[in-house]
Design a protein around this ligand. Structure first.
Ligand SMILES: CC(C)(COP(=O)(O)OP(=O)(O)OC[C@H]1O[C@@H](n2cnc3c(N)ncnc32)[C@H](O)[C@@H]1OP(=O)(O)O)[C@@H](O)C(=O)NCCC(=O)NCCS
Length: 239
């Protein structure tokens, strides 16, 4: 998405398909609108806490692979929630309004998810409960390697043909423990397989026990331990 694109431009786009077309012709600018997004999302107190936490930090995450030949035939059951559908620009606006209901950790998670959209990824999915978005997640394809190179060069490895990535799973706190993550992950893996993809990769923080349990339960295998560094808020991974 170009640097000249304003948030109102983005929100007035009718669907992610139109963003996709735009993305075909417009170079993706790294960190487009990052500062204004940060200022709009986090309070001064939040920012001071984040700066203090991220002066220098080392974490570890696992890289996991799923061989789609081994995907179970049916999805795991979830409790409630509608059908999985593609994220639209209206959803992005709806999600922006949710920040004020979240604590700092969750704000950070949601912020990272929405930056995927801002930076040019287009294949986002949502699951709703009674008209409220309860779960979101992204699928990234090798055709989006230009976005990875432009905005996530130090965080994500480019994808090979026949390989996709699922990332940034987020369940709003009120809907956790209802099986949304395993259900949606299965749905997305199944779509990837139907599209001819053979392998799906994902990343999960080493201390994210809930997420790792779900991913391994779905047939993902840990293939690599990756170090994550943060210096003055700037983050990168060492592969
Ligand atoms: C990780 C996450 C996506 C799991 O989503 P989910 O839809 O709650 O997934 P599930 O319903 O399968 O719950 C996963 C496990 O978390 C447990 N859990 C964690 N927090 C819970 C809560 N607040 N209420 C109920 N269960 C909770 C569940 O018991 C379940 O364990 P079980 O299968 O042994 O019962 C969600 O906790 C989340 O959004 N966390 C913050 C963002 C994040 O970590 N994303 C993952 C990046 S890889």
């Amino acid at each position: 998405m170009s640097k000249m694109t304003t948030r109102n431009d983005v929100l007035s786009m009718p669907s992610l398909e139109s963003v996709d077309k735009r993305h075909d012709t417009t170079p993706v600018a790294a960190d487009s609108g990052l500062v204004s997004d940060v200022v709009r999302t986090f309070s001064v107190g939040d920012l001071m806490t984040l700066v203090a936490r991220n002066v220098f930090k080392v974490n570890h995450c696992y890289m996991l692979h799923h061989n789609l030949k081994k995907l179970p035939l049916t999805p795991p059951r979830k409790i409630g929630g509608g059908e999985l559908r593609k994220m639209t620009c209206n959803d992005i606006e709806h999600l922006h309004q949710k920040y004020s209901t979240l604590g700092l950790e969750d704000k950070q998670e949601l912020f990272t998810c929405l930056r995927f959209f801002k930076n040019g990824f287009t294949d986002g999915y949502v699951l709703e409960v009674d008209g409220n978005i309860a779960y979101i997640q992204w699928v990234i394809s090798s055709s989006e390697n230009d976005v990875i190179r432009a905005s996530y060069r130090r965080k994500l490895l480019p994808l090979r043909d026949n390989e996709k990535m699922i990332d940034n799973a987020y369940t709003f706190p009120a809907y956790r423990g209802l099986g949304f993550m395993p259900h949606v992950v299965w749905q997305l893996l199944n779509r990837c397989r139907d599209q001819g993809c053979r392998r799906v990769i994902t990343y999960a923080r080493k201390d994210n026990v809930n997420s790792l349990n779900v991913l391994c339960g779905m047939g993902f295998k840990i293939t690599k331990l990756v170090s994550e560094y943060k210096l003055l808020g700037y983050g990168w991974r060492s592969f």
